[in-house]
Design a protein around this ligand. Structure first.
Ligand SMILES: NC(=O)C1=CN([C@@H]2O[C@H](COP(=O)(O)OP(=O)(O)OC[C@H]3O[C@@H](n4cnc5c(N)ncnc54)[C@H](OP(=O)(O)O)[C@@H]3O)[C@@H](O)[C@H]2O)C=CC1
Ligand SMILES: O=C(O)[C@@H]1CCC=N1
Length: 268
């Protein structure tokens, strides 16, 4: 498949998506990246420091900068958005109404919430947009190399989905770090604890993804009655400890996304 694709911002997240697309075999020449300071783009990807002028609107424009940059970026992007352009936004908290007000001429605007595993084709990709079924199918196909597309039935879910699917890797990295730190506190050399914790999480996630059983049943299979695992699970489960920690974590991230929606609206 070939694409005419213009990407504004190629930092952590935009860079991960570009890596995922290129790894899937899409021709680098399909992409133009606009980023003021990116040291270099992948081979054969056109890199510009400012938006091109006098060019026909592409099929896709991806907004990949920080949400707070939208107002300043809009004037340069507007001439590059035509009726046949699908605007894809990974800007956390910026809702469809704000995007539509900025780019009224766009064929469709679609919010995309990936995470950094897009580089490996292993990201959940939450989607919500105002296009028709054909446009949604085209976007689903575009996202396929990055992971698993998941269309939301209601944009209101996006704040929570951002917390779970977008921010989620950071929470899991904290868990990996805490497991290793705990083992180090209890006596293992830290480097060895780091290796073991990471290998364990890698294998556990791969197994859960491949298994016909859910995580509850898998945990039960690890825990021999009267054995070591059950003693540990009892600590995690006491007073709803782990569940309430996760709920509070997601709530805080979700609420920040909702605040960012208001901030983006207020920016005009
Ligand atoms: N990081 C993540 O895991 C995720 C991030 N997101 C979303 O992705 C977006 C980007 O986040 P992230 O990649 O972490 O941020 P980064 O700061 O790593 O990347 C943003 C890039 O955009 C560049 N940039 C700034 N303004 C413009 C502009 N007007 N035109 C073109 N490029 C511009 C920045 O350059 P400079 O640094 O020089 O300003 C930078 O290189 C955010 O909106 C965030 O909400 C969504 C899901 C996950
Ligand atoms: O932290 C953030 O705001 C962005 C959105 C999801 C992941 N990173």
């Amino acid at each position: 498949m070939t694409y005419s694709f213009l990407q504004f911002g190629c930092g952590n997240m935009g860079g991960a998506m570009l890596t995922g697309w290129l790894a899937s075999g899409i021709a680098p020449a399909a992409f133009t990246v606009v980023d003021p300071h990116l040291p270099q783009a992948p081979a054969s990807v056109r890199l510009l420091r400012t938006a091109p002028t006098g060019e026909a609107p592409p099929r896709f424009v991806l907004l990949g900068f920080k949400p707070q940059g939208l107002a300043a970026a809009t004037p340069a992007i507007t001439p590059l958005v035509g009726q046949g352009t699908i605007v894809l936004s990974i800007l956390a908290g910026v809702d469809l109404a704000t995007l539509r007000a900025r780019f009224p001429q766009a064929g469709a605007v679609v919010r995309v919430m990936p995470n950094l595993a897009a580089a490996l084709g292993k990201s959940p990709i939450a989607l919500v947009g105002d296009g028709d079924a054909a446009i949604n199918a085209e976007v689903t196909q575009l996202m396929a190399p990055l992971g698993t597309a998941e269309w939301l039935s209601d944009e209101a879910e996006m704040d929570l989905v951002t917390a779970l699917a977008g921010s989620g890797p950071a929470f899991i990295y904290r868990v990996i770090d805490a497991l290793a730190a705990g083992a180090a506190d209890l006596g293992l050399p830290r480097a060895q604890a780091d290796r073991l914790a990471l290998a364990m999480v890698d294998g556990a996630a791969a197994l859960a993804a491949a298994s016909e059983h859910g995580p509850g049943e898998l945990a039960r299979r690890v825990a021999s009655p009267g054995g070591t695992t059950q003693k540990g699970l009892d600590v995690l489960d006491a007073d709803d400890r782990l569940a309430s920690l996760m709920r509070d974590t997601l709530r805080a991230a979700r609420d920040r996304s909702a605040e960012m929606t208001e901030e983006a609206r207020a920016a005009g």
